[in-house]
Design a protein around this ligand. Structure first.
Ligand code: SAM
Length: 240
């Protein structure tokens, strides 16, 4: 089994995020040139069309994804964000105050969710799955907590197919990103981790197959911006 999907060293990857929590939002915007905003909006277009939707956002971090979804999607009735990094969650808690309880943030492990079966209509996870120590176990947990007919939407970095774009992107990942991320956050190692984890992680059909193995059906990969990131859409079939 690929070491990138079961990697015990990632057991404490959330501690890296405790270190960089304060600068996380600003570094994110700079390093993605704001592109992540469009990708997060596209996640919204794939959410189930259902009123009073119950949403779970895994590895929610500082809550950027769940906040954007609640801002633009009036169908969301209640949202829960879950993460292992208290420092990231504390920043998120300040940001979600304006939702008056509609968004709750809790400490919880995406590999062992402290949630009963079949509680949510939709689940999102943006830039989180790459960091968990056991990807198949996390996917099985996603499947377990979704209602029948529920949808999982996972946004994660991937690598472009076009060789020229890929070459330029790898140069950016290996040399520019750790330098700029390190300069702004003061933590070069954290941003070096980012590029090595992206390059080692499965994407495209390999990732879709992992979701199918967890029980999901109608699994589709939606590459965005030349494939530097991909949104994976997967359904827990009714009657499953
Ligand atoms: C790159 S951040 C993404 C944050 C947020 N989803 C976003 O879109 O900006 C990755 C997050 O995954 C969290 N994380 C890492 N391992 C985790 C685990 N096993 N369970 C839950 N969260 C985890 C980290 O603490 C961190 O906040």
């Amino acid at each position: 089994m690929s070491s990138s999907i079961q990697d015990a060293s990632k057991k404490s990857s959330f501690e890296i995020f405790n270190r960089i929590a304060k600068s996380y939002d600003s570094v994110n915007r700079v390093l993605s040139f704001g592109l992540d905003i469009g990708w997060r909006k596209k996640v919204n277009t794939l959410l189930p069309q259902k009123s009073n939707l119950r949403l779970l956002d895994l590895a929610t971090g500082t809550a950027d994804q769940v906040i954007m979804l609640c801002d633009i999607n009036p169908n969301i009735g209640q949202a829960t964000g879950m993460d292992l990094s208290d420092e990231m969650l504390n920043i998120g808690r300040e940001k979600v105050k304006r939702f008056n309880g509609k968004i709750e943030l809790h400490n919880g492990d995406a590999v062992q969710l402290p949630i009963e079966d079949t509680q949510y209509d939709a689940l999102t996870m943006s830039f989180g799955i790459r960091n968990v120590p056991d990807v198949p176990a996390s996917m099985r947990e996603m499947y377990r907590v979704l209602n029948e007919g529920g949808k999982a939407l996972i946004l994660e970095f991937s690598l472009p197919k076009n060789p020229i774009v890929r070459f330029g992107h790898l140069f950016y990942l290996r040399y520019v990103l750790p330098l700029v991320g390190g300069l702004i956050s003061g933590d070069y190692a954290a941003y070096k981790y980012l590029n090595t984890s992206i390059e080692a992680f499965p994407y495209g059909e390999d990732f879709c197959n992992l979701m199918r193995e967890a029980g999901f059906e109608s699994v589709t990969a939606h590459p965005v911006t030349f494939g530097i990131a991909t949104i994976y859409e997967a359904t827990k079939q009714p009657g499953a």
